[in-house]
Design a protein around this ligand. Sequence first.
Ligand code: FAD
Ligand code: NAD
Length: 467
Amino acid sequence: MPPVHSQTQLLIVGGGPGGYVAAIRAAQLGIQTTLVEGAQLGGTCLNVGCIPSKALIHAAEAYAQARQPSSLGIRCEGVQLDLAQTLAWKDGIVAKLTGGVGALLRRHGVTVWQGWAEVIDGKTVDVRGAEEAVQRIRCEHLLLAAGSTEVALPFLPFGAGNGRVVSSTEALAFAEVPRQLVVVGAGYIGLELGTVWRKLGAEVTVVEAQDRLLPAYDADLVKPVAQSLARLGVKSLLAHRVEGLNAAGDALSVREPSGTLVELPADKILVAVGRKPRTEGWGLERLMLDMNGRAVKVDAQCRSSMKNVWAIGDLCGEPLLAHRAMAQGEMVAELIAGQPRRFEPANIPAVCFTDPEIVVAGHTPASAEAAGLKVLQASFPFAANGRALSLEAPEGFVRVVARADNHLILGWQAVGAAVSELSAAFGLSLEMGARLEDVAHTIHAHPTLGEAVQEACLRALGHALHI
Ligand code: FAD
Ligand code: NAD
């Protein structure tokens, strides 16, 4: 069948947080916009990423709290997990949010095509949907927002061992709590989901190639997380090399640092060793774009090497974070509408939703020093914060990093219960160019975790009040 033609000003491939935000903003600015999504609107983030994982983290914590002996005088007996109900609740949140994205796109007049896009050239894309006819769409601007996919280990492919080896997508929907779960990779996904299934009752072993958990994070921040995992009974095997399934296909063969080969019996093996930009299988290579490793190379306006072809989000590489994709999508829409914009954020905060949580924004002391900056740094422990104690969460701290000469704040780090919410204050202070004095002299409500933010600045200035 010959393709059916249509024409649009902006064509977006991918309806994840990058693509759908770009579409909404473009439509607000009066740009005729078409979005093509092959799977579900909301992309990785809403369907099989940020949202379902955070929902399960919450459910697992609620279950663990109910089961553990409490010093609060609360006794729960006969606590049971109805996993089907837990998963249905999580799926309900996903459905609500993805439905909301569809409604927002409709309300803004974005044309949405359900189907897989194949790039023909920089102004032409074919869409194959459920119907037989191929839709050929011509555009003035092409925005590539196809996201990323999980990295597979060649010697441990997904699906091997009769479905035993899985990615994060399956690990968000196990029909039963695995008896023995082995997690390969102690990064974001491995620790977030490893903690979920441990709290829901699985025996969990995490195998990491490097010599520490969350190797991308500052060691001081990771220490409370490592202690908490040990308390929960998660076994961490560091500097271990994964070799593949054993001969029977029911255990993971792992080489210890000493060279000894051990077998870890597992009914599920979650491989979480990173994600890679989705650059293959949809004709992208026809554009012969400049690449940055596996990612599409873009400049500070998310322009690719071809005129009027733009790329955002995970497709253009690290950091693979939903809020980065959204910010880029919004910017590209405004650029196409003729507004002057550049993607030069003072920071992109990152949160690891472990127990306790970790937040980083801007420079750490080490990265500031590596950049040749002379810095002041100070930490304030949650053990001295009334709100943290009243939440039974005395672990962790907030740390501020500032220029020694003029006290300009360069970075923040925190580890502790619910510190993800501090990322807003951290991001804002960096974006607005706050100095230690600005935060130290801002009245922070009492009792809140935010007081630790203020106290870290006071401490850097040499006059903390509560320590
Ligand atoms: P995606 O969300 O991957 O969306 C791309 C979309 O494009 C997909 O829907 C895909 O189906 C579609 N597509 C691809 N190719 C085509 C084609 N040829 N035709 C049509 N459609 C196509 N980030 C955070 O910031 N916070 C978190 O807490 C967090 N948790 C995560 C937890 C997990 C388990 C995972 C896997 C990821 C997590 N992330 C998190 C990362 C986050 O999901 C991604 O950074 C974000 O989704 C990237 O957005 P994107 O729009 O670039 O791509
Ligand atoms: P990751 O990069 O966070 O961690 C991968 C880990 O696997 C690393 O510690 C690495 O050393 C280890 N590893 C690599 N090869 C290995 C091997 N052969 N054997 C043992 N260990 C090995 O990747 P991820 O956890 O898969 O997450 C992918 C991306 O998704 C992240 O980069 C992140 O940007 C995003 N994400 C973000 C969040 C969040 O923002 N809270 C949550 C989940 C995922």
